[in-house]
Ligand binder design. Structure first.
Ligand code: 13P
Length: 266
């Protein structure tokens, strides 16, 4: 991590915790955070299920200086898209963050590089901060295809980002945050985290790809988070890698005590 980029510590609750449990969680998190120094320069975001994005939960999260974000967002603001999440409605609700392209969306719900990029485009144009997820599967890593997969996944994302950055009057990344989360699928929920060296190697490749496509300025400002079996034990080592600017934590974000320690790690 370096001081020139935003540091972001995030939790993805996936399909866990009801609104009542979420309010309790933030009450406990606030208590556990009291023992730790809070750095104002660090962004803290939790992505709960959509039914936990209401104002009561937002208020409880704000007491811990945690922002809430959606786990997914649609590429239209409204229409006949049963069960999808409108970016405009998120903004109206006071939500400023969304995940896009999480591997579970890709694996179980047919998300593709193209649909993920469409979601990113609309979310960015609606004013949302976006955490765009990429990462290779085990068989792809074992076949030596990690970089090829990352390049393929980054292509449509970088195409949209280029459009956004060159469009006259476009929102600039210093006002809005558009960041990447590298989440190797083999490390998600498996307890088999990438080593510090494996994470750094992938992050360096991702940054180089952004650099090659959009130049040094964009690449140096792009925060890249690591996700996949992050715990209180391995978070510091990961955060010390020069190209790791934050973490996206699944299972370990569900326990307020442990997540408070992770939040104190940057
Ligand atoms: P785990 O931390 O449970 O491996 O999940 C990672 C993840 O998918 C975060 O988005």
């Amino acid at each position: 991590m370096t001081d020139s980029r935003a540091r972001i510590l995030a939790g993805n609750w996936k399909m866990n915790l009801t609104p009542g449990e979420a309010i309790e969680y933030f009450g406990a998190l606030e208590k556990h955070m009291m023992g730790h120094a809070r750095k104002s320069s660090v962004h803290r975001v939790i992505f709960p299920p959509a039914y936990d994005l209401g104002t009561d939960v937002q208020r409880a999260a704000a007491a811990c200086q945690v922002e809430l974000g959606a786990q997914n967002v649609h590429w239209e603001d409204k229409g006949a898209f049963t069960a999808e999440i409108s970016p405009a409605a998120l903004v109206a609700l006071g939500i400023h963050w969304t995940l896009v392209g999480h591997s579970e969306r890709r694996q179980y719900f047919g998300e593709t590089d193209q649909t993920a990029a469409q979601r990113f485009k609309r979310a960015a144009n609606t004013g949302l901060n976006v955490m765009y997820c990429i990462g290779e599967r085990l068989q792809e890593r074992e076949a030596g295809q990690t970089q090829a997969v990352l390049s393929r996944q980054l292509g449509p994302f970088l195409g949209v980002l280029k459009e956004l950055l060159t469009k006259p009057g476009s929102a600039r990344p210093d006002k809005q945050m558009w960041c990447l989360a590298y989440e190797p699928v083999w490390a998600i929920g498996t307890g088999k985290t990438a080593t510090n060296a494996e994470a750094e190697e992938a992050h360096r490749y991702i940054r180089q790809t952004v650099w090659d496509t959009l130049g040094m300025g964009v690449a140096q400002k792009m925060s890249i988070l690591y996700g996949g079996s992050v715990t209180t034990e391995n978070v510091s080592g990961l955060m010390q890698q020069p190209n790791v600017d934050g973490v996206l934590v699944g299972g370990a974000s569900l326990k307020p005590e442990g997540f408070a320690r992770i939040l104190a790690s940057a």
